[in-house]
Every structure is written in C-alpha cells, then in structure tokens.
Ligand binder design. Structure first.
Ligand code: UDX
Length: 444
C-alpha cells in the first residue's frame, strides 16, 4: 500500500445517503486512504454507517432534519433538497473548526461530494477549499439530463405518449421512454432539481465510476460542456479490496449453495435497494423461474411469505432465496451465468466487470438509460420490455442462459470484461485517471 506520509492531507467526502451512492463514495475514500490521504466522511444522520466497520475513516454526523418515515421514492426530490438545506450550516461550522487546528495532518485538501449534495460546494467556496464532484451514475445519464433544456425548448417536454418509442434527437439510441423526465408528473420540479445538480459553478473536476472503454465519447461531450477535468476511474468495485459497504445484513448462506451449482448455470435476480416487484409480478416471476428449470438465486427484500403457495416445494434445492445477497461475491462466482437486474449503475458496473450478461428490467431514474446502453450499445444484455408474464419470463431466462443468442451475449460480456481489466492495469485509462486525480488533489 502506497503511503505518502510527507504529504498527508485530509479529504472530506460527502455522500448522498442511499446505498447506490454511499457504496461508490466509500470505495473512493478507501482508495484515497490507500494513497496516503486522511479521510473524513461527512454523513447525514439518515443511514449513518457504523464507524466501527471503517476504522480507517473519521466520521462527521450531519444534522439532516429529515424524518426517516417520510423518505420514499415518491418524495425523493424533496428529501434531497432537505439534505441540501439542512446540512449546510453544520458542515460549514464543523469544517471551520477542523481548519482552525491547522497542521499538516488536518489541512483539508478538498471536499468531494455526491453530485446531488451540492450544498457541499457552497461550503467549500465559503471556506475557500477546492471541491470535486463524484457522479455515481453513468455519463450517458448525465448527457441525457444536459439535453433537457434543449428538448424543452424544442417542445418535446412534456413528452407525448405517441412519441415514446421515437429516438431522442441527439441522444440515440435513447428513446423518449428511456428518459427519466418522461415519468415525472411534476416535471418542472425535476427540471429545477436537475438544473441544480448539473450547475458546475466552481468545482475543480468530476469523478466517474465509469471507464473510457465504456463511455469515452459520452464523457468527451460532457467535457465539452463543462470544460472541467473528468476522471473516469471505474470500476470502483474491482479497485477496492473486499470490503462490505452494505447497509443491510448480507445473507452469506447463498455462497455454499452457489458452490454446489455448475458453471454459468445460475440466474441471479436482484432489483437493488429501492425498486421492487408488486405482488402480482412477484408471483409471475416465481412461476417463470420455476418453469425455466434453471437454478436461481433470488433477492426478495420483502417477506418471502408473499411467494405463491407450492412454489418453494416445486423448485426445492434448485432455488435459493435471500433478503439481501453479498452481491459482489455472487457476481464473481463461476456458477453465476446471468443477472436479472433493474440496471442501477452499481449493479451494471459490478455485472459487466465480472463478465456476467444481463436481463435488463429497468424501473425508474437512470435505470432505463443504463438498460438501453447495456442492450443496444455494449450488447451484453437482453432488454425486458413486456409485462411480467410467467411464459415470457421463462423464455427470456432460457434465451440468455441456454440459447444461441445468449451465447453471443455472453461472449460480448467476456470481451467487455477483458477491456475493463486492461483499463485497470498499469498504463490503462482508469489506472492513469486515478493517478491524475491524486496528483490534482496533491496540487491543491
Ligand atoms: C440507486 C438507483 O436506483 C440507481 O438507479 C442509481 O444508479 C444508484 O442509486 P440502487 O437501486 O440501490 O441504486 O441500485 P444499484 O446502483 O445497483 O446499487 C445497489 C447496490 O446494492 C450494489 O452495489 C449491489 O452490489 C448492492 N446489493 C444489491 C447487495 O449488496 N445485495 C443485494 O442483495 C442487492
């Protein structure tokens, strides 16, 4: 482990407190710590991680003024704006106190903040410290957000039902149905929220959990817009040694079960930390899995008593059901041959960096954009566009796991995995980006 004692500096990290955002931020903190930086995690009270699990970090708990019971996917924008309003004063005062004790050990080099926690940039400006943005989703999603004002001016927003399957001018292969905004009734609120997140007023750079081999041309377009250095340093899940950043308890019992399954035979089903199937879809999924005759590992976050009667008996040992899986360990396991995913960006990156092909069933937010790229650009997934119906579910699983089409997709996933591995090796694009990022922080 590299340790630049003589240049010890503190970096303050401000994650958005949801699993899909905390994970890449803490990975980044772990990498920077290994490069010799002291790390302070400034975190909301909501979802505050257990500091005992991260003895190498210091923690600062930010008063967030949010009532946990009121947090849901439906009021996401209000919750984020609450964090931005309520956490600002506390972060500013706490960092000012740290800065009073100026010695080499405590000198704050910069603040790195989740793109949605933009209050941290205002605090950095006030304290005259540089700031850097971490984007925890795909560059393709950001490019689509950047296009919204143009699409609004050209009369495409709000989007008409008749346009849903049309390609979005300038964002091909995305269709209107793939845009986040299409699903918002209060699209005006969303536009304002996005405008705030995209306004790069004064930050020094942007970090991406992505790679040149995946999104180079998209990143170039974003760079033209922002005129900032961009650091695609992904896949973070592969750069960081095995640490668990899970907010929920991982059920390890699925690993010995996977050990008993044959190579590439298991389909893994998980919809991340927010999306979930309604009861009717859950029943169709259960019988689709049963009828597919493939072994499966299924993450059912709700109570598995919701599963249909007779299902567990019908599948017996062929199926393993857990409430929360150790996903990194699952995807690296040689028994896993496919991933039925909601296509959150972390799941996307974790799957393709292990060469696991996907069935893409996006729900909301960036997931539709990711699914479109997975299926149409990188060619490593099957697009799920039907209603949940057991016959079609069975068919899709067979197409991916045992069909000719699945073989081609699997080969492309293997090729992409190799490219990703090269980008992480000495001289590779992600490797170089990481070093450039460290040099930038040391230059502050
Ligand atoms: C959210 C958004 O939904 C997503 O679209 C966005 O890109 C990031 O924020 P989430 O839905 O949780 O994230 O999905 P994802 O980005 O895939 O992150 C889920 C994380 O939870 C992954 O790192 C995955 O490894 C982990 N996970 C998931 C587990 O460890 N166990 C599980 O059983 C399921």
């Amino acid at each position: 482990m590299e340790y630049r004692q003589e240049r010890c500096r503190r970096v303050v990290l401000v994650p958005l407190p949801f699993q899909g955002h905390i994970t890449p931020m803490l990975y980044l903190g772990t990498i920077l710590h290994s490069k010799g930086f002291h790390i302070t995690i400034a975190h909301t009270q909501f979802n505050f991680p257990n500091p005992l699990n991260y003895p190498h970090f210091d923690f600062l708990k930010l008063y967030d003024g949010i009532c946990e019971q009121n947090i849901s996917a439906h009021n996401f924008i209000a919750v984020i704006s609450g964090f931005n309003t309520n956490c600002k004063g506390h972060l500013r005062d706490s960092l000012a106190r740290i800065m009073e004790k100026v010695d080499q050990h405590n000198k704050i080099a910069c603040i790195i903040y989740d793109e949605y926690m933009h209050f941290a940039e205002e605090v950095a400006n006030y304290l005259r410290i540089p700031s850097i943005i971490l984007s925890t989703s795909s560059a393709a999603k950001t490019l689509s957000y950047l296009a919204y004002p143009r699409l609004q001016n050209d009369g495409y927003i709000p989007c008409q039902d008749s346009m849903m399957l049309e390609l979005v001018p300038g964002l091909e292969p995305l269709r209107f149905k793939d845009l986040t905004i299409t699903y918002f009734r209060n699209w005006d609120d969303l536009l304002q929220h996005i405008a705030k997140a995209l306004d790069r007023r004064s930050s020094s750079a942007m970090i991406w959990n992505s790679m040149d081999c995946l999104e180079q041309s998209t990143l170039k377009k974003i760079q033209q817009e922002y005129q900032l250095p961009l650091f695609p340093i992904g896949p973070l899940n592969k750069t960081v040694p095995a640490i668990s950043i899970s907010l929920l308890k991982e059920d390890q019992s699925c690993i010995p079960w996977l050990d008993k399954q044959s190579h590439n035979s298991v389909i893994y089903i998980s919809l991340g930390s927010c999306a979930s199937m309604d009861n009717k879809d859950l029943v169709e999924m259960a019988w689709g899995l049963s009828n597919s005759e493939q072994p499966f590992l299924w993450v059912v976050r709700m109570d598995s008593t919701e599963l249909p009667e007779g299902f567990q008996e019908a599948v017996g040992d062929r199926g393993c059901i857990v409430k929360w899986a150790p996903q990194k360990q699952v995807l690296v396991h040689t028994a896993v041959g496919g991933f039925w995913s909601h296509c959150g960006w972390n799941s996307t990156i974790e799957s393709i960096s292990e060469g696991v092909p996907l069935i893409c069933q996006p729900y909301y937010g960036d997931q539709r954009v990711n699914a479109r790229y997975l299926t149409q650009v990188w060619g490593v997934g099957l697009e799920w566009e039907s209603d949940m119906n057991r016959g079609e579910i069975e068919g899709a699983i067979r197409r991916l796991m045992v069909g000719k089409e699945g073989e081609l997709i699997r080969q492309r996933a293997k090729d992409l995995k190799e490219k990703i591995e090269s980008s992480m090796k000495q001289g590779g694009s992600s490797y170089n980006s990481m070093n450039d990022l460290v040099d930038l922080i040391l230059s502050f």
